[in-house]
Design a protein around this ligand. Structure first.
Ligand code: NAD
Ligand code: TYD
Length: 337
């Protein structure tokens, strides 16, 4: 594989993926297409700006002529699709951009890839398409889709389109579904970077509801290694789940963060719950372990400490984002958060 197109490479996971791939494969070059929404940040990849193996093309995956101009260049071995509206809370406030990008954008990309006979395509999806678990059990690749938020519904719709293109047109796609990622370059509206930044500034940490909701945490580079494994060795039409085998309630994680940051529990503020808040996510990733020879490499203890250190060392990165429109957005929508 010599040249791949990555969508959404200026976001959290996409930027980590591009850096990891270029570090891992010395022959590989990557074209990144990204619309630079509020979540897209050129600062996530400044270290690659001078690289001859990296090109950035600003544009929207919903714009077919634009997508054709990149995908149709003739030398593309694969497309890895990360671009999405990704934040559940925003999807509750306004689901339209989620359907536009996650559903229509994916469809545009699929049609362009199909017409240009792209021979490999990875749909980066989420465990949230499976819905919510009770105290017991795990999501497997066979778990029926039961999305509960507009975000997860739009991702599930995209997955269904990919499935239909495999079935109807022999389109060479695989789908990956991963649990909650943590690591460097995550937009500070998501739990971990938001809480680290708030705690550092002695601001309250808004825990939704009781804080008893459970998430499974995986280091972003473990997820990226999984996407790479699926790209290279995944079976066309198959789904692969990735998780970190690290389940934690939000309140336990919040208290752990405060302890590691040397801040008091009194910063915790319980706020109105997220509507429709999924109770628990937990992933069975045995299929990826067996068939892709993948397993999570980063221990949560080490990964979390390194992540905290990264946000402390790169406080300006977070502050630049938080001083922009993004905070106005939250203040307007959620007075008490
Ligand atoms: P992110 O919000 O940090 O980044 C999304 C990127 O997509 C941004 O750079 C944005 O500018 C770009 N984008 C958005 N709309 C676009 C459009 N119409 N055209 C082109 N570019 C567009 O998201 P993330 O957390 O990096 O997630 C990446 C992917 O991984 C998403 O598909 C998400 O559903 C999936 N995923 C995320 C997690 C997680 O924990 N963050 C877990 C599982 C799966
Ligand atoms: P989030 O990072 O938004 O990811 P997701 O909704 O995709 O799981 O949230 C992680 C968990 O943390 C989720 O259960 C919601 C909760 N949460 C809070 O309690 N407070 C917050 O301010 C945020 C952003 C999330």
């Amino acid at each position: 594989m010599n040249h791949i197109v990555v969508t959404g490479g200026c976001g959290f996971i996409g930027s980590n993926f591009i850096r990891l791939m270029l570090e891992t494969y010395s022959e590989l070059s990557i074209t990144n297409i990204d619309k630079l929404t509020y979540a897209g940040n050129l600062a996530n990849l400044t270290d690659l700006e001078e690289s001859e193996r990296y090109q950035f093309q600003k544009g929207d995956i919903c714009d077919r002529p634009f997508v054709d101009s990149v995908v149709g260049k003739g030398n593309i071995d694969a497309v890895v699709h990360f671009a999405a509206e990704s934040h559940v809370d925003r999807s509750i406030l306004d689901s339209t951009p989620f359907v536009t990008t996650n559903v229509n954008g994916t469809l545009t990309l699929l049609d362009s890839c199909r017409s240009h006979e792209i021979s490999r395509y990875v749909q980066v999806s989420t465990d949230e398409v499976y819905g919510s678990l009770g105290d017991e059990g795990f999501f497997t690749e066979e778990t029926p889709l039961a999305p509960n938020s507009p975000y997860s519904a739009s991702k599930a719709a995209a997955d269904m389109l990919v499935r239909s293109y495999v079935h109807t047109f022999d389109f060479p796609a695989v789908i990956t579904r991963c649990s909650n990622n943590y690591g460097p370059f995550q937009f500070p509206e998501k739990l971990l970077p938001l809480f680290i930044s708030n705690a550092r500034n002695d601001q309250s940490l808004p825990v939704y509801g009781t804080g008893e909701n459970v998430r499974d945490w995986i280091h972003v580079l473990d997820h990226c290694r999984g996407v790479d494994a699926a790209l290279r060795n995944g079976k066309v039409g198959d789904v692969y789940n990735f998780g970190g085998r690290t389940e934690m309630t939000n309140i336990a994680l919040t208290k752990l963060l405060l302890k590691l940051l040397g801040k008091p529990d009194s910063l915790i503020q319980y706020v109105t719950d997220r509507p429709g808040h999924d109770q628990r996510y937990a992933i069975d990733c045995a299929k990826a372990e067996t068939e892709l020879n993948w397993s999570p490499q980063v221990s949560f203890e080490q990964g979390l400490q390194e992540t905290i250190d990264w946000y402390i060392d790169n406080e300006e990165w977070t502050n630049n984002i938080r001083s922009g429109d993004y905070m106005n957005y939250y203040e307007k929508q959620y007075g008490d958060r």
